[in-house]
Design a protein around this ligand. Structure first.
Ligand code: FAD
Length: 424
């Protein structure tokens, strides 16, 4: 909680140097200054949002990637609100500066609506109808296309940068302009480094096995060129396959399924364009891996060792939970609940039986065809699990939210429920 507060306070701190420097130099009337501050704050928030989009691994370990994306999205909303008030209440003598400001505002508004609908789960995770509409429209607006639309934010940043440079009200203050340009150059340089240079430093490996698990899921193993001690149980990576004409170029997140630091095995449900083509990936294909990301293991380590761990996985969402189970089934009390679509989809039954045998009764498994309803959970969870357990839920967003509500209704306190949703 404290970490999250510290992290969210960046939104307040980041624009301050720009605002305070301008305040100390400008002789504009106080009221006009206030609206200029809002413009500067909106610009700083867009820059911070770009900075967060590079998803630094250390920041993920500090607060978790969902929080990073949460602040990224929230800054997008707040920046548009601040820009709106700035635009309505200030004036720009230069017509070009005015036009750039207007285009940027409308561009940012359009990107915001698009991103909230297609990229965040804010709306679609809470309405089945909207989720269906999104699924229908994704034929046109695929995730990769959405990523490109999202990058219009960079054009908006460039347009606002020029807008500020054209205004005498701003450009007459050399010290302020140096600071303003430094913010811009540093953020855009970090972004460019992350896109074009950092991938050369990522982990690499080769596909060793790729086979079907049931009708719509695959197990894909990647032997790393060098063992990575950074990989923790429950972690996930963004993967890019190289030199495979079927699935070249795109980064997609997948969780590791066991606790090896040499060969990483992924369990991948094939339900879209990219995952649907994974069957064509041959052993030997080179893979680049951005990560590791994830904070499940650090939560497990912080919890009382006697308190039970309850893992609730939906479909391929079982992957990170299996990885945690692999690491802890002999030492911790674990109850794994796995919801699958059909009996054939319970493809890890043998692995689970092996863990059970080795666990000296510490590891329990409940597999259910279909979702867990309240009465199912009430029937299989022990009082100790409900009262003291740490719950980890992984699956598609609406399923995660529904299970979270069920558990809360049964008396599991919010701070004991941790989750990972399979879209960002
Ligand atoms: C942290 C995390 C861990 C994951 N772990 C697993 C796993 O272990 N096994 C598994 O089967 N799936 C996992 N997923 C989901 C998996 O990344 C998506 O199903 C996959 O990227 C869909 O690609 P697609 O082109 O086949 O589907 P599409 O038809 O393009 O998309 C299907 C859905 O996945 C989302 N999606 C598509 N591309 C991405 C992307 N690059 N990043 C985030 N979301 C995307 C879309 O918004 C859409 O709602 C994980 C997702 C996240 C965020």
């Amino acid at each position: 909680m404290l970490r999250k507060l510290l992290f969210w306070s960046c939104a307040v701190v980041f624009p301050l140097p720009l605002v305070l420097t301008f305040d100390s130099l400008s002789t504009d009337p106080e009221q006009l200054k206030f609206y200029i501050f809002l413009g500067l704050t909106a610009y700083a928030w867009w820059l911070l949002s770009v900075l967060l989009s590079v998803r630094p691994s250390w920041l993920d370990r500090f607060v978790g990637l969902p929080s990073v994306y949460g602040l990224h999205g929230m800054l997008g909303v707040l920046a548009v609100v601040a820009a709106y008030i700035h635009r309505e209440n200030s004036y720009a003598p230069s017509p070009l500066a005015r036009d750039l400001g207007d285009w940027s505002f409308y561009g940012a508004l359009a990107v915001l609506f698009f991103s909230v609908f297609f990229m965040s789960g804010w709306l679609v995770d809470r309405s089945r109808l909207l989720l269906k509409v999104k699924g229908f429209l994704e034929v046109l607006f695929r995730h990769q296309f959405s990523l490109w639309i999202h990058r219009i934010n960079l054009v908006i940043v460039a347009a606002i940068w020029l807008h500020a440079h054209l205004l005498v009200r701003m450009n007459q203050y050399f010290a302020f302009m140096v600071l303003f340009d430094s913010y811009t150059v540093i953020v855009l340089s970090i972004y460019a480094w992350k896109k074009w240079i950092a991938p050369d430093t990522y982990l690499t490996g080769s596909v060793t096995r790729n086979y079907a698990l049931g009708g719509s899921t695959r197990s894909l193993s990647v032997k790393l060129d060098k063992k990575s001690t950074m990989v923790l149980p429950g972690d996930f990576f963004f993967l890019r396959f190289e030199g495979s004409s079927a699935v070249n170029g795109e980064w997609h997140p997948f969780s590791v399924t066991d606790d090896s630091q040499e060969t990483l095995t992924f369990t991948i449900r094939q339900h879209g364009d990219f995952t649907g083509r994974l069957g064509a990936v041959e052993p030997g294909t080179r893979v680049r891996l951005e990560g590791p990301f994830g904070h499940f293991e650090s939560i497990v380590q912080r919890r009382d060792r006697e308190a039970p761990l309850v893992f609730l996985g939906m479909g391929a969402g079982v992957a990170p939970l299996l990885s945690l189970a692999a690491a802890h089934h002999t030492t911790r009390k674990i109850h794994l609940l796995w919801a699958v679509r059909s009996p054939e989809d319970a493809y890890y039954k043998e692995v689970l039986e092996d863990y059970q045998k080795a666990s000296d009764d510490k590891f329990r498994v409940t597999v259910r065809v279909g979702r867990f309803r309240r009465e199912d959970l009430a029937g299989v969870l022990t009082t100790e699990e409900v009262m003291k357990g740490s719950f980890f839920i992984v699956g598609p967003n609406p399923g995660v939210l529904a299970n979270q509500r069920l558990l809360r209704g049964m008396g599991v306190s919010a701070w004991r429920i941790h989750q990972e949703r399979l879209t960002m």
